[in-house]
Design a protein around this ligand. Structure first.
Ligand code: OAD
Length: 236
C-alpha cells in the first residue's frame, strides 16, 4: 500500500500536509487524546488549562503549565517526519501543532491553525504579541500596552481560529492533489473539517497514524505506523 501511495505522491503537483500531535510524538512531545498511550487531556482538564475561562480563574496555573510545555519543546528536536516534510519546500504544511518543530526543521510553508506556543499575546486582544524565550519562559506578566495579562498565542477551546491561517488552509486544502494527514485524531473542529473539504474537492487522502482515527473513513490510503518511519518513506 505504501508503494501505491508513493506513486500518487510522485505524480502530484500540489501536496498539502495536515498534521497533529502525532507528528511530534517521537520528538517526545505528548499527544492530547491518544487512546493507546494516554495523552495530555487524560491527565489534565483542558478547560482549566486551555480555555479563556480557565485562564481567567487561575492565570498563574495556566502560565506555569505552559512554561513547562515550552521548556519541554525547547529541549525536543525535530524528528525524521518533520525533516522529510521540510526537505520538500513545495509542500504546504497546515498544522494544528503549536510547537515550533516544523520551523526548526526548516519547513518553508507553514500554516499554524492553532497559533504558536513560541509567542505571547495580550489576553484582551489589544494587539500586543511577542516572541518568548522557550527555554526560559516568562512568568505571568501584564501586557505592556494595555495592562491586561499576557498569555500564550495559542487557540484555546471556545476561541476562534486565526482568520488569516484558516483562509489560507481552506484554500490550500480545496486546491491540492494530495492531502497527507499525519498524526491527528481528527477529533477537533473546525480543523478536522479540512480533510472532508479536500476530499470533496477531489484530493486523494493519505493518512499516516499509529491507529485508526475519526478520519479513517475518508482515507484513500491509511498507512498505520509511526510518522517518523512512514513519512520519509513516502516522500523520498
Ligand atoms: P490528538 O492527541 O487528538 O491525536 C494524536 C494522534 O496522533 C492520534 O490519532 C494518535 O494515534 C496519533 N499518533 C500518536 N503517535 C504517533 C506517531 N508516532 N506517528 C503517527 N501518529 C501518531 O492530537 P491532535 O489531533 O493534534 O488543540 O489534536 C487536535 C487538537 O486538540 C490540538 O491541536 C489541540 C488539542 O486540544 C489546541 O491546542 C487548540
Amino acid at each position: 500500500m505504501i508503494e501505491q501511495a508513493k506513486t500518487i505522491i510522485q505524480a502530484a503537483t500540489r501536496i498539502v500536509s495536515f498534521s497533529g500531535a502525532g507528528l511530534s510524538a517521537e520528538s517526545g512531545i505528548s499527544t492530547f487524546r491518544d487512546a493507546q498511550t494516554g495523552g495530555m487531556w487524560a491527565k489534565h482538564d483542558p478547560m482549566r488549562l486551555a480555555s479563556p475561562q480557565g485562564f481567567e480563574e487561575d492565570p498563574k496555573l495556566v502560565i506555569q503549565w505552559y512554561g513547562q510545555r515550552r521548556k519541554d519543546i525547547a529541549a525536543a528536536v525535530p524528528n525524521q517526519a518533520h525533516c522529510a516534510l521540510a526537505a520538500r519546500s513545495d509542500i504546504i504544511n497546515v498544522t494544528q501543532n503549536v510547537d515550533d518543530l516544523l520551523h526548526r526543521a526548516g519547513a518553508a510553508q507553514i500554516i499554524e491553525l492553532h497559533g504558536t506556543i513560541a509567542r505571547d499575546r495580550c489576553h484582551s486582544s489589544c494587539g500586543f504579541n511577542e516572541a518568548v524565550p522557550m527555554n526560559d519562559p516568562p512568568v505571568l506578566r501584564d501586557c505592556p500596552n494595555c495592562g491586561s495579562q499576557l498569555r500564550p498565542a495559542v487557540v484555546w477551546f471556545g476561541e476562534s481560529l486565526p482568520t488569516d491561517a484558516w483562509d489560507k488552509a481552506e484554500r490550500a486544502c480545496s486546491d491540492c492533489d494530495v492531502l497527507l494527514v499525519i498524526g491527528t485524531s481528527a477529533a477537533v473542529y473546525p480543523a478536522a473539517g479540512l480533510i472532508a473539504l479536500a476530499k470533496s474537492a477531489g484530493a486523494k487522502i493519505i493518512i499516516v497514524n499509529t491507529q485508526t482515527s475519526d478520519a479513517s473513513h475518508l482515507a484513500d490510503f491509511e498507512l498505520l505506523g509511526k510518522a517518523s518511519e512512514v513519512v520519509p518513506q513516502l516522500l523520498h
